[in-house]
Design a protein around this ligand. Structure first.
Ligand code: TRP
Length: 357
């Protein structure tokens, strides 16, 4: 079977390390694996408007930032189709038909939507568009007949919702849609990288992010200010690893070869952890090590970003081109959907001329 990926991000800010380990890095690996025939990467501006409808400027401003982040991490527009959601009107039409297949009660059960409602303080005045974004996300995924959706853990409820819609649609109308599977990060720590303040999630509104576009100096500074173990006051004190952000990041980024390169006093992360827990290893040393590793990972990304930034017009062309290609695919699926629903009256006269009376 042809394997197809679709995934995307809301353009509400530049992408950060959480996005990188949680999803972006994996996408590039999948792209380069050659195992996927079609790869669609969507800038979800229409979805971003569901909770930023009063600030379209913010969404618009971030489209180019996200596109630059995509290209910088190594998504290759020759292999992956990068496109802008709002320009594909077919997605809206699909959403409209899918709305019938979902109940209000079901939407209100979605744990991600629930926590977002709380976070945004919508209380009882929840915009309908926001509540329905999981349905529009089902349209995004199914329009491209994606079977694989590489995402972070928080997106699992959206994939489940999509699967339910697919099953219901195929059962009621015809076997047109594909049930997708989520592809989660394989490294447990990468599921949800904490912010530099140790809070559960890296998030722009909390101001605790390391951005892919941060300079080496900014990254160094942020890492030196990272939350560690509040009980580790003196170097000689025994330290704790659990809940210690610096070690969480090391679990996400550190590889054996980093020791020879940046810290040859140790041979493995386990040795460092052991010393830290025993006492006698200061935070500053561990942080310096982490900063070297993170900067090594970000350096090629920064370099590629610089190149693309010199030619924003070419990035614009990549988006325009990708969107045109994506639109063709979505239009084909929409056509199949409408045929299955027998809404293609003007292709087939009898659908409305054969009267029952
Ligand atoms: N909900 C995703 C996010 O918040 C963005 C998104 C929109 C998406 N449509 C999608 C992700 C389809 C995967 C598949 O980042």
């Amino acid at each position: 079977m042809e394997k197809t990926i679709l995934t995307g991000d809301r353009p509400t800010g530049r992408l950060h390390l959480g996005h990188y380990v949680g999803s972006l890095k994996r996408r590039v690996e999948l792209q380069n694996s050659g195992n996927y025939k079609n790869i669609y990467i969507m800038i979800a501006d229409a979805q971003a408007l569901t909770d930023n409808f009063d600030n379209p400027e913010k969404v618009r401003q971030n489209i180019m930032e996200v596109a630059l982040d995509y290209l910088s991490v190594g998504l290759d527009p020759k292999i992956s189709t990068i496109f802008i959601q709002s320009q594909i009107v077919e997605l809206t039409e699909l959403t409209f038909y899918y709305l019938n297949l979902v109940t209000l009660a079901r939407l209100q059960l979605n744990p991600t939507v629930k926590s977002e409602i709380q976070m945004r303080d919508f209380k009882s005045s929840i915009p309908v568009g926001f509540l329905c974004y999981p349905i529009s996300q089902a349209a995004d995924i199914t329009a491209f007949k994606a079977d694989t959706v590489p995402v972070g853990e928080d997106q699992l409820p959206m994939i489940e919702q999509t699967r339910e819609i697919v099953r219901k649609f195929n059962h009621i109308y015809d076997e047109v849609l594909i049930e997708p599977k989520a592809l989660l990060p394989d490294n447990q720590v990468c599921m949800r990288l904490p912010g530099i303040d140790g809070k559960a999630k890296m998030s722009k509104s909390l101001g605790n992010c390391i951005y892919l576009s941060d300079s080496a100096e900014e990254v160094q500074k942020k890492i030196m200010s990272m939350y560690t173990d509040p009980l580790h006051l003196k170097v000689t004190d025994p330290g704790h690893i659990e809940g210690n952000t610096v070690f969480t990041y090391l679990d996400a980024f550190c590889k054996p070869e980093h020791f020879e390169k940046y810290w040859n006093e140790y041979k493995s992360l386990d040795e460092v952890k052991e010393h830290y827990q025993r006492g006698g290893l200061g935070d500053v040393k561990v942080k310096r090590f982490l900063a070297s590793i993170v900067n090594e990972e970000l350096e090629p990304i920064r370099a590629r970003r610089k190149e693309y930034e010199k030619d924003i017009e070419s990035v614009y062309d990549i988006l325009k081109d990708g969107t045109e290609r994506a639109k063709e695919v979505a239009a084909k699926t929409l056509c199949e959907v409408k045929n299955a629903m027998k809404l293609n009256y003007f292709d087939n006269k009898e659908l409305i001329t054969e009267r029952m009376v």
